[in-house]
Design a protein around this ligand. Sequence first.
Ligand SMILES: Cc1ncc(COP(=O)(O)O)c(C=O)c1O
Length: 390
Amino acid sequence: MDIASLLARRARNLDASGIRRIFELGASLKDPINLSIGQPDFPVPDAIKAAAIEAIQSDRNGYTLTQGIAELRAEIESTVSAELGWSFGAETSALVTSGTSGALTLAFLALLEEGDEVILPDPYFLVYPSMAKLCGATPVLCDTYPDFRMTAERVEALMTPRTKIVLYNSPSNPSGVVGTEQDCHDLLELCRSRGVLLISDEIYDAFTYSEARTQATAAGQTMCPSPARFAGAQDDVLLVRGFGKTYGCTGWRLGYAAGPTALMTQMAKLQQYTYVCAPSAFQHAGIAALRADIQPLIDAYEKRRDMVVERLSQVTELAVPGGAFYAFPKVPERLGLTGSQFVERCIEQSLLVIPGGVFSSRDTHFRLSFAAPPTKVEAGLDVLCDLMRA
Ligand SMILES: Cc1ncc(COP(=O)(O)O)c(C=O)c1O
């Protein structure tokens, strides 16, 4: 049978070649300096691992409620209440999802019709435009070069009567840039005034470094600036967060969403007919995760971030990553190379980084991840500085 002729356009039209090529090149290198990885290099803290093992051994392996187990939802809701001042009840519960991707997919499925427009940052997390297209919508890219801030001014110019969603991602993948309080405020007000849903993808919120953090609602705490912090935001912002990056368990597929009741109800219904529920044992581990203190791990990442900024800003243009574990430097123009050509040179020196064109309509930058042992990060920076000084 000619299966290829049966395949849907939605699958055939997706192009995964850019990132696949990098992984293939990586696999062909012997002991590369791999700064392409999008997940932490620390192991899951022991208490969180123990909670997952305990859940499996005590036979908590069946389906859970579609919304997620009550104890985890309660823990999520108290975290979100403390940070953002939100309040929850039976009707406004958080939804535990299969990763942050699961939450975003459910939101897009619940909201988007053929021809709707979704405003995305450029550069973007590489899945966003494809996810919009899978739902029949048109991704509209908001050029955020050179500072990578998705400001209301930049977004407003792209809004049309078909705009349904603005997707905000801070700290950002791939640039690590953190938007300011003012950026968050203005973007929320713009979306409110146009009746557009603002989705805040905060998967890297735990990785927000000292100078980029802001005072949280609860005394003494600081956090990443978020559009979800302003009065009444619970009715206008869909908050999406994950466990994978924060606790080094990307394969556990755990995340959550919270926001306007009418949307949460539809997302829960769609989850029931698709993912069913997030993995049960890891939901139990999620409770231990939210109670764990991972600040020492974040502090260690901040030191690596400082090292990257110090070295690279001497040789090229770099927007300081206030969060996440990425930097998105520009390939110096005088080299006359595209991002892809520069990355080819890096690979010749056994350094693996990702060309900006994988995350953007431009191919002028590259992404490096400092979620790697400091000696590797240092070795990668040596290669980059040599190539950029050449
Ligand atoms: C900005 C952003 N959002 C969402 C995701 C997906 O995360 P998850 O593994 O929780 O589905 C990623 C993963 O790299 C990401 O960088």
